[in-house]
Design a binder for this molecule. Sequence first.
Ligand code: IPE
Ligand code: IPE
Ligand code: MG
Length: 244
Amino acid sequence: MNYSIPKHVAIMMDGNGRWGKKRGLTRSEGHYAGAKTMQKIIDACIDFDVKILTLYAFSSENWSRPEDEVNYLMHLPVKFFNQKLPEFMRRNINIRISGNLAALPDPTREALMKAEKKTGNNTGIIVNFAFNYGGRDDILQGIRRVIHEVQNNDMNLDMMDEDLFQQYLYTKDLPDPELVIRTGGEKRVSNFLLWQSSMSELYFTDVFFPDFNKELLYEAIKEYQRRTTLHLTENQKWESTIRG
Ligand code: IPE
Ligand code: IPE
Ligand code: MG
């Protein structure tokens, strides 16, 4: 059995709205509950020694939601980081943001940038918030920046390869996630980490994100370990075949 813990876990935190509706609450109350769960999942990842946790919090498609819901989702990071920053500092948590920050309302962008800057020297778990993130936008903005550098003679296009291009993505120096989890029952990629998840194990659960917890995260990690053990055995079989 492969007992190794994935270094980078990415979670599509889906199902907040339906969780609220099921309880006779509003969708926004579902998002609030989701934010509470997020804190528990960060704790669980620290306990499991996951080094990087990426959380899909707002997609580039989520702007098409009703205005009051979008407003609430823009307000959540302000509230969340205002409350949690001192604790994140105390616990050595390094916050990163991946996404198009320029298009956000000022208070939202400022809260996200402040959290990233303030925790920038922390050496503990990296919690990477994908906010106003789209996988296609990620790749396109990377291409635009490369073209810009080539036009300014700052880059020789012959140097470009996958490793170098990765540096132009929103996720920059973060390694690709070994495990991508989607809660909420849908089996879609929904424009998440299109480049970065090319080799990731995908894990889907019907549980709505506010009900996700440490035990369910552990189930996902065990499934990852089981699957990668199978890969290992397949590779070993293959190696013994070619070696005779
Ligand atoms: C995911 O929950 C969180 C965000 C997209 C911000 P949803 O809001 O998509 O909840 P459902 O899928 O409608 O239940
Ligand atoms: C994906 O969930 C985005 C986030 C979790 C932030 P969505 O609910 O927005 O995706 P779709 O609409 O099911 O594709
Ligand atoms: Mg959804």
